[in-house]
Design a protein around this ligand. Structure first.
Ligand code: 8LQ
Length: 464
């Protein structure tokens, strides 16, 4: 078996390591090895992580004892696929019974180094307790992935996302610091901050930028209002997580065109930090690669939670390979994606999500027997002339019929919109394959996202 770089559990990376400056890879062996050999190394690791979780958490012990699943029995991936998935509801329940971190913490509460959490807009928030050593490992993993994106020591990384409970900004920052970059933790979300971001970007001219895709487009709009061309920021790499967008073709090209930078999609879930374990690279900039030696990613049938063959669609299920605090073992994401295994131009031998993660299963709009992804509407409208940059999707029941209303901004003045409305409405309808009532409103009148966008308003009784 090939010797892999720093492969152990619990994991501790050499904090001074940096790759050969000429190498596109941080860990050349781990990133380019024969995938079957990698899988052969991952399988005993899965067992090891399960043994650790079984010994250190009553959550996993009780969950697995109930179905007679023993870590020692995990001698094949088929056996691993039968390990019951963890749901977000279970974590909420565990934290209600064992506050604040739940009985899946697995380390001493005093060893928690960072506390983060879900925003809790719907129900009780969940607390993430991350150990000191895990935080270092997370930083190392993110540094390694940023290296893969082409970010290098000495580059300035501008972080334009919420610095609060949201793990995205902190995770990006930890990685950039470990990579010996200069970090500009700008943040987002406060009054007037977007126009200040424009000013700082124009003055500092950073190399790399992190945010949500909708916020990058917002920033480009504000820059244009202030008569500054976002291309003058001189950004080379823009990496995004938090929502679909960087892999939605027209959203991606809108960002690329506005900023003149390479767009990189990444991100799994906050619970899964190092959340950048699904990420594109400089040499394979489209879609996301699944860095299988950091987090084990499966794409599964959403009912059986068995993996689907490469080429098929399913829901991601994630397993930590290096976390000792709150390790997630088969966390069900409820998202949708498709995976493939093909030769990647960057030479990494990881599976790939060619269209990224399209969205959450719950966010898919079911209307008159058809499924519509909100990202499809976004993708369509971004390609339409005279589109004003923002829209809303309203789904309501009128009598016994479901109706979908798309309200989109236009840059055209009132009185000159009938052609726009006609062509966009009918184009959208044939693109989606469902009837759409299309309305237009003035540009800059719909709310812009400072974080993750929420464009769907479902007014139907049964989905409330
Ligand atoms: N989600 C996150 N990243 C996504 C992506 N690249 N493409 C499509 N959907 C994505 C801290 C990181 O940004 C990860 C994160 O956002 O964690 P959260 O806040 O727990 O939200 C996770 C959800 O965001 C995922 O399940 C996806 O639906 C979406």
């Amino acid at each position: 078996m090939t010797q892999m770089e720093e492969w152990a559990f619990p994991t501790r990376y050499d904090q001074d390591y940096l790759p050969d400056p000429e190498s596109p890879y941080w860990f050349p062996v781990r990133e380019t090895m024969d995938p079957e050999e990698r899988d052969a190394a991952v399988l005993p690791r899965l067992r090891e992580v399960m043994e650790y979780a079984y010994a250190n958490s009553s959550f996993y012990k009780d969950k697995w004892d109930a179905v007679d699943c023993k870590p020692a029995d995990i001698t094949s991936f088929e056996a691993f696929e039968q390990v019951p998935v963890v749901t977000k509801a279970e974590m909420r329940e565990s934290q209600a019974d064992h506050p604040p971190f739940g009985n899946y913490l697995c380390i001493e509460p005093t060893d928690v180094h960072h506390i983060h959490g879900t925003s809790g807009t719907t129900g009780q928030p969940t607390a993430f307790g991350i150990g000191r050593r895990d935080w270092e490992v997370i930083a190392d993993n993110h540094a390694r992935i940023l290296w893969g994106m082409g970010v290098r020591p000495g580059d300035t990384v501008f972080v334009a996302a919420l610095f609060s409970l949201y793990l995205g900004s902190w995770g990006a920052m930890a990685g950039a610091e470990r990579l010996r970059c200069r970090v500009l933790p700008f943040g987002a979300g406060a009054q007037g901050m977007t126009s200040r971001a424009v000013n700082w970007l124009a003055r500092l001219k950073p190399t790399a930028f992190y945010a949500t895709p909708s916020y990058a487009l917002r920033l480009a709009e504000v820059a244009e209002q202030e008569k500054i061309d976002p291309r003058e920021f001189g950004l080379k790499v823009m990496f995004f997580s938090g929502e679909p967008g960087a892999s939605v073709p027209k959203v991606r090209s809108a960002i690329e065109e506005a900023f003149g930078a390479t767009v990189i999609d990444c991100g799994t879930m906050a619970e899964m930090t190092p959340f950048m374990s699904a990420s594109a690279t400089a040499g394979t900039p489209d879609g996301m690669l699944l860095w299988q030696d950091i987090v084990w990613h499966e794409v599964c049938d959403p009912e059986t939670f068995r993996t689907v063959p490469y080429g098929d669609e399913g829901t991601p299920v994630y397993t930590h390979l290096e976390r000792t605090s709150q390790p997630m073992i088969r966390l069900a994401s409820n998202d949708l994606t498709r995976w493939v295994m093909e030769d990647n131009p960057c030479g990494r031998t990881y599976p790939k999500l060619p269209q990224g993660v399209y969205g959450r299963i719950d966010d898919m709009i079911h209307i008159r027997g058809e499924n519509v992804y909100p990202t499809e509407v976004d993708n369509y409208l971004r390609g339409v002339d005279d589109y004003g940059g923002e829209h809303q999707i309203i789904v309501r029941r009128t009598g016994s019929m479901d109706e979908m209303i798309v309200r989109a901004e236009t840059t055209l003045p009132e009185g000159q919109r009938s052609d726009f409305e006609q062509r966009t409405g009918s184009g959208l309808q044939s693109f989606l394959g469902v009837r759409v009532t299309f309305e237009s409103v003035d540009a800059n009148t719909l709310e812009r996202a400072e974080h993750k966008s929420r464009r769907v308003v479902d007014e139907r009784e049964h989905t409330r």
